[in-house]
Write a new protein. Structure first.
Length: 141
């Protein structure tokens, strides 16, 4: 009986992954680019029905402008959108998760409207580097 139960649980888990379920599977550290050319760091922690995120961005040489954003996502079918409305501006970033990659697309709002430095954007493919729960950093001042 135990072997049958274990097999059923494993089959259910595999079916959920193939269907795009992401509950508990996104926690970790995701990276894109490098310090000199520009890039980003996406930190994710799955938390009771929501996914908390922190996004740290930088432009690279010669200006090294930066961006920082923190919030929550409601992930469904491996997709989510973060929307922030502040001071009459709207910033919307779409997230698509696929295996080891997270693709972010800043679909609404300029660099400034999203709270980022000049020419800093969230766009790109972030590759998972770790599945360990990350430690969120304090907002830079």
């Amino acid at each position: 009986m135990t072997a049958v139960l274990i097999r059923a649980v494993l089959l259910f888990w595999l079916a959920a992954i193939q269907a795009g379920a992401t509950d508990g599977l996104l926690t970790g550290t995701w990276e894109r680019g490098d310090f000199e050319k520009g890039g980003g760091l996406l930190l994710l922690i799955d938390d009771a029905g929501a996914t908390r995120f922190q996004l740290q961005l930088w432009r690279g040489a010669p200006t090294y402008n930066m961006g920082w954003l923190e919030g929550q996502l409601k992930v469904k079918d491996a997709r989510a959108s973060f929307v922030s409305r502040e001071g009459g501006w709207t910033c919307r970033i779409d997230f698509v998760f696929s295996g080891k990659n997270a693709t972010l697309r800043q679909v609404e709002g300029s660099d400034a409207e999203c709270g980022f430095g000049h020419a800093v954007y969230a766009d790109g493919t972030y590759v998972r580097k770790s599945r360990q729960p990350p430690v969120f950093q304090k907002r830079p001042e």
